[in-house]
Design a protein around this ligand. Sequence first.
Ligand code: GDD
Ligand code: MG
Length: 353
Amino acid sequence: LITPVVLCGGSGTRLWPLSRKSFPKQFVPLVGNKSLLQLTIERLSGFGNETITVAAEDYRFMVSDILRAARATGPIILEPVARNTAAAMALASLHIEKAANADQLLLFCPSDHHIPDAQAFFETIQKGVPAAESGAIVTFGVVPGFPSTAYGYIQQGTKRSDGSYQVERFIEKPAIDKAESLMLQGGVLWNAGIFLARASTLIDALRQHAPDILKTCQESLSAATHKSNADGYLLIRPDNTVFSSCRSQSIDYAVMEPCRDVAVVPFNGQWSDVGSWNAVADLSSPDEEGNRVEGQGLAHNATNTFIHAPYRPVVALGTQDLLIIDTLDAVLVAHRNNAEQVKDVVVQLEQGQ
Ligand code: GDD
Ligand code: MG
């Protein structure tokens, strides 16, 4: 049996003004009326096991509400501050080592991805089980579309006897020239950000490659408080002072790049990390001119224009290649080529410029 672990700490500033620090992307109802977190929890319920959610303390009410709506069970580990995915994954692994057993298979999943074909997802994850049981960290690889600098790259090696492929090298978020040469060279996959491993495998890898992170997480967890909330979810709170002193690094840099025993299973289903407004636009179907319009939007004589307008009529007349996002207190109008730069604007706004 696999125990899913949902990582729910990111702030997704590229989807401003809909995604905010206080209400980040995974909670925004982006697909139909559901949030990506709820869709993730519902998809993972297919494993028939309890789910461990690791989330920021600030999100405890939203997380608990969504778990209840999805009828999920399992503890919520609340981080007093964000210390990135190495620490979040260490906490979940150490918790299961103590509460269940060290050999338990854990499936670490982002809370903010869109994977519409649950069946293809399950079949792919199951293909990784033999490699994970033999002590590898299993990654899932997506066929890359363009030389993105926002993803980890997996150099796919030879087929292993367990049916997965050996990872020759894992390269996290390469610079653009490196991304281009990796694409030219071929045989690379994007890291989907989903990892399957025994708890003990991850703990051993952290001990070897990021011992300080493991130690801080161990100390903060052994001094944790345990309390059930009104909905019956166990809230585990690592010690604030100790956890705050933890080094902040992603699992990709801390473990995946230096680790040797890494396997990959290619994932052929539809996958999106909904990383920008262009990716959100791609979730809805276009009209003949490539316009995608939600809510009360109206595109006239326009091409390739995306309008998100839940509150009032928003009209685009004769526009091309625009993203128009209307919210109650802020409006974004951006050229589609600039979607990645939204996060830079958020920094400027935070500085009061
Ligand atoms: N609990 C917790 N605490 N969760 C966190 C934290 C944290 O401090 N930081 C990030 N997360 C969650 C995010 O909410 C997200 O669901 C997931 O962990 C991954 O973090 P991101 O910050 O979104 O990572 P990324 O998108 O830059 O890169 C990762 O994902 C790519 C695919 O989307 C890497 O694994 C890349 O290699 C990969 O290609
Ligand atoms: Mg991400």
